[in-house]
Design a protein around this ligand. Structure first.
Ligand SMILES: C[S@@+](CC[C@H](N)C(=O)[O-])C[C@H]1O[C@@H](n2cnc3c(N)ncnc32)[C@H](O)[C@@H]1O
Length: 199
């Protein structure tokens, strides 16, 4: 892996899904913050000045892909609107939802730089979650607007430590109906110096 090799591979017009997937992994691991949106660029310094190599862990990536492969029959990807999915399964109490929306509430624009589909009606998302028979958790930026939405819908909101793209320690919110089960996680977090939500 080098910047030159990565550019050379990404610029080839590949046809096979497998080849395109490989190109996507390269982009995700070598572009700044893994951002694939138009205009994204390569990591400059990355972690400890290692540039494109800073998040390129081939052995770990291969291990993860093999683990995913073992359960591939259980995985299904749908390219569509998550609101349709929430509506489809809202009466099924066996379904558990994990929702990781782009954060653009309260005028914060981080989400809009990162994703092509950044526009989201956060109030509508909270309302849709309120109608779910099954359990759900959402992750959000720790912001006043989000906490207000959680209060309004009588959900619980709990800050958990994370590191942002600049590796500064900060918190994000986990939101759910009943987060009492997270007490166990608190103990694990206390024993960790840092907790990464990505990478
Ligand atoms: C914070 S990211 C999710 C990151 C993901 N959990 C991961 O670990 O890679 C938010 C994503 O929501 C997508 N998104 C925005 N609105 C959506 C919608 N209505 N339905 C489905 N996905 C949507 C965005 O395109 C963006 O990729």
């Amino acid at each position: 892996m080098s910047r030159e090799n990565a550019i050379a591979e990404i610029n080839i017009h590949r046809k096979l899904t497998k080849e395109k997937a490989f190109q996507t992994i390269i982009k995700n691991r070598t572009f700044h913050s893994g951002i694939l949106a138009a205009g994204a660029g390569f990591l400059k310094n990355g972690e400890s000045g290692k540039g494109v190599l800073s998040r390129w862990y081939p052995t770990t990536l291969a291990k993860r892909l093999r683990a995913i492969n073992l359960m591939r029959d259980k995985l299904h990807f749908e390219h569509g609107d998550a609101f349709d999915v929430l509506e489809r399964y809202k009466d099924d109490d066996e379904v558990v939802f994990f929702i990781d929306p782009p954060y653009t509430a309260g005028g914060k624009k981080a989400g809009s730089r990162l994703y092509t589909h950044f526009e989201l009606d956060h109030e509508a998302l909270f309302a849709a979650c309120g109608k779910l028979k099954g359990d759900f958790i959402m992750t959000y930026d720790n912001a006043e607007e989000v906490k207000n939405l959680a209060r309004k819908h009588q959900f619980m909101a709990k800050p958990i430590p994370m590191k942002n793209t600049h590796h500064a320690a900060m918190t994000e919110l986990v939101i759910g109906r009943d987060l009492s089960w997270m007490r166990g996680i608190d103990r694990v977090l206390e024993n960790q110096k840092e907790y990464k939500t990505s990478n």
